[in-house]
Design a protein. Structure first.
Length: 227
């Protein structure tokens, strides 16, 4: 008995039946599936961003890009203004420098004051010495004036005594004196008294005294010549 092969229509019917069965098995995703998909997408996005940042950091900067500006603490001061103190250490250093400068100024002022006091003391001492010297000079002048007056008074009195002596006794006394000294007294006497005494003296002594007196009288009216 011959076996019949299934025809094309039978095969198509089976395939159609399988496809319909498969379509019936696919079901829509539930809430858990949606949340899982979102988590997977977020993770993929993070991985992509991290890869982009790593590639950008590895690439060298372009030549036309300006260099990055230094931080505020390391930036150079503008117009001579000192950089800002960004830490307690910097502030302490500034305070220490100011204290040291103040101490130096105070020491310099004290040194100047001490020197000024020393100079003032020296000036006072110098003025005192000058005043003492002037006082001593005035006293010396007064003493010399008194001595001159006393000497003149003594000479005048002694000359008057010789004039009142008898000529022979006065002549004997003048012969014992130096000619210059005797001529000084005889020149102060009245002419008549001096003549009587010289007449009673030794001729040699009288001649020597006469020469001295003549020389004094000859030079009395002359003006000294300038050299």
């Amino acid at each position: 008995m011959a076996t019949r092969k299934p025809g094309r229509h039978a095969t198509k019917g089976k395939a159609s039946t399988r496809t319909k069965g498969t379509k019936r098995r696919i079901r829509p995703l539930g809430p858990i599936g949606i949340v899982g998909g979102l988590l997977v997408a977020s993770a993929a996005l993070r991985v992509g961003l991290m890869a982009t940042s790593a590639i950008a950091a590895a690439e060298p900067p372009a030549e036309h890009e300006p260099p990055a500006e230094p931080p505020l603490a390391e930036a150079a001061p503008a117009d001579g203004i000192a950089p800002l103190c960004t830490s307690d250490t910097d502030l302490q250093r500034v305070l220490d420098a100011l204290r040291a400068r103040e101490e130096r100024i105070i020491a310099a002022e004290a040194d100047i004051a001490a020197r000024s006091e020393a100079v003032a003391a020296l000036e006072h001492e110098a003025q005192s010495r000058v005043s003492d010297a002037m006082s001593a000079e005035d006293a010396l002048k007064k003493t010399m004036a008194l001595a001159d007056a006393a000497s003149e008074t003594d000479l005048a009195q002694l000359t008057s005594v010789y004039e009142r002596m008898k000529p022979p006794k006065a002549a004997a006394l003048f012969e014992t004196m130096q000619p210059e000294f005797a001529a000084g007294f005889l020149g102060r006497m009245r002419p008549d008294s001096a003549a009587q005494i010289m007449a009673a003296m030794n001729s040699d002594k009288a001649y020597a005294i006469s020469v001295i007196l003549a020389g004094r009288n000859a030079n009395a009216g002359k003006v000294p010549e300038s050299h």
